[in-house]
Design a protein around this ligand. Structure first.
Ligand code: HQG
Length: 171
C-alpha cells in the first residue's frame, strides 16, 4: 500500500488526486490483482491493518484512502498547513549532517522533510541510516515566524518543504 500510495501509483493503475487520495475500491482492485492470498482482500482487512499498525501511515476517509506522509511521486501532494509544536526533532546520519549544516534540511527523494514530535522517534528514524544517529532539535516556532509552512503527517510526524540550518541545533 505504501509503495502504491507514496511512490509509484501508476504501477497499480492508480492516479492520486492533488491531495494524495485514491478511491479505496481502486486500491483494493490493484491489490486483488496480485492473486494468491490477496485475491479476497477487502475493506475490513484494510481497516484491521490500519487499526493495528504501529505507525499511522495511511488515512481512510469515506471511500478514499491516502498515505499521510512519505510521498515521492513526481506530482506534489498538497497537504493542509497546520501549526506545529514549537520544537520538533530530526534524526540523521553523521554523513548527512555535514551537508545539512551547509544547505539545511532538504527533502531528498521525498516531497517533504520529515520531522518528529519527540526525540525518541527522531532517533529511531535516524537509526535507519546510522547506528549512532545525530539528533537535531528544530526551532519550529521560529521557522513558522519566518514564514515556513508545516503540515501534519500524523500524531508524531510533521512535514515541511525544506529548512535552513539556522533553525537547527545539534542535540
Ligand atoms: C537526510 C519513515 C544530505 C535526512 C520515518 C535523512 C520518517 C540530507 C535522509 C520518514 C539533507 C532522507 C522519513 C541534506 C536531509 N544533505 N542529507 N541537505 N537533508 N538529509 O528516508 O526523515 O516508516 O527520505 O536527514 O519514520 O529519514 O516509512 O527521510 O537521513 O517519518 O512510515 O536525508 O520515513 O517513515 O531520508 O524518514 P528519508 P527520513 P515510514
Amino acid at each position: 500500500m505504501s509503495h502504491a500510495l507514496r511512490h509509484e501509483p501508476w504501477r497499480y493503475e492508480l492516479e492520486l488526486d492533488e491531495h494524495g487520495w485514491v478511491p479505496l475500491d481502486q486500491l483494493l482492485d490493484a491489490l486483488r490483482e496480485q492473486g494468491g492470498e490477496w485475491a479476497q482482500v477487502g475493506r475490513a482487512d484494510v481497516e484491521a491493518m490500519l487499526a493495528s499498525a504501529a505507525k499511522q501511515r495511511h488515512e481512510l476517509s469515506g471511500d478514499r484512502i491516502r498515505a499521510r506522509y512519505g510521498h515521492s511521486t513526481p506530482n506534489a501532494v498538497v497537504l493542509e498547513a497546520g501549526e506545529p509544536p514549537a520544537r520538533l526533532f530530526h534524526g540523521t546520519s553523521h554523513a548527512a549532517w555535514l551537508r545539512i549544516q551547509a544547505e539545511g534540511l532538504r527533502p531528498m527523494r521525498r516531497q517533504y522533510v520529515h520531522l518528529s514530535t519527540d526525540a525518541e522517534m527522531a532517533t529511531e528514524v535516524g537509526r535507519r541510516r546510522d547506528p549512532e544517529p545525530l539528533l537535531l532539535t528544530v526551532d519550529a516556532a521560529a521557522a513558522v515566524a519566518a514564514g515556513h509552512t508545516f503540515h501534519r503527517g500524523n500524531d508524531r510526524v510533521w512535514l515541511t518543504a525544506s529548512l535552513p540550518a539556522s533553525f537547527l541545533t545539534l542535540g
